[in-house]
Design a protein around this ligand. Structure first.
Ligand SMILES: C[S@@+](CC[C@H](N)C(=O)[O-])C[C@H]1O[C@@H](n2cnc3c(N)ncnc32)[C@H](O)[C@@H]1O
Length: 216
């Protein structure tokens, strides 16, 4: 999946993105995002990677700057409408345009599985985080429950999905779900790039996880 296609797809779905996400998670997304921001340090600047429509920053109570980056201008425009006091920038997670040690915390909500070169991203995250800084990841866990969600998207939810988004975009969402990593794999990536896992919580029978790791 090229980054250009990814940003094009998110541009196109940006209008329907929030209501659709709320519907398919039965409202759970709001609770999980609140938890994601609650488990992180409240001090310092926060960078939300793949910020989309800016929901995580809108829910963030950190006392420093709130900065979001994304590849999709369509999503960023929605974000700016929602959070006027946040800063948003068109930028790639694999090439973060900020100087070393700029942030106390980094958040990713439903993004880690979309990132093509996760090692390049984690190296960038490590570079821009302060010493002892934290990264919080909310995403879908690949395990048997993911198969159920993928089954629902392939069959009962497909007509609705095709109606709302069309084939190319629906296939993209399905592919990104099936591209999800297990929590063990995410932990391994983080540890190999110099982070220490300090908290992991699972929701929706383990389909969704929220994880916190510290820069060592
Ligand atoms: C599923 S949406 C999640 C949006 C938001 N974080 C949320 O929880 O609703 C994934 C977002 O990640 C962005 N994204 C994917 N790969 C990216 C990358 N390499 N750099 C920056 N943003 C990226 C997409 O453009 C999209 O807006």
């Amino acid at each position: 999946m090229s980054k250009r296609l990814m940003s094009q797809i998110f541009d196109e779905v940006s209008k329907l993105y929030d209501p659709f996400l709320r519907a398919i998670t039965f409202g759970g997304i709001n609770r999980w995002q609140k938890l994601l921001v609650e488990i992180l340090d409240k001090e310092g600047n926060r960078l939300d990677v793949g910020t989309g429509t800016g929901e995580v920053l809108k829910k963030s109570t950190n006392r420093g700057l709130k900065v979001g980056i994304d590849l999709s201008m369509g999503m960023l425009k929605r974000a700016k409408d929602k959070c006027s006091y946040c800063y948003f920038l068109l930028a790639d997670a694999e090439n973060i345009p900020f100087k070393d040690l700029s942030f106390r915390t980094i958040t990713l909500s439903l993004v880690f599985r979309h990132i093509e070169n996760r090692r390049a991203f984690l190296k960038e995250a490590y570079r821009v985080l302060e010493r002892g800084g934290q990264i919080g990841i909310l995403d879908i866990n690949k395990f048997s429950g993911t198969k159920l969600l993928s089954f629902l998207m392939r069959y009962p939810l497909k007509p609705l999905g095709l109606l709302l988004f069309g084939r190319e975009r629906w296939d993209f969402f399905l592919h990104s779900l099936e591209n999800a990593l297990s929590i063990d794999d995410v932990e391994k990536y983080l540890e190999e790039e110099g982070f220490r896992i300090s908290q992991v919580k699972k929701y929706m029978l383990g389909v969704v996880y929220v994880l916190r790791a510290e820069k060592t």
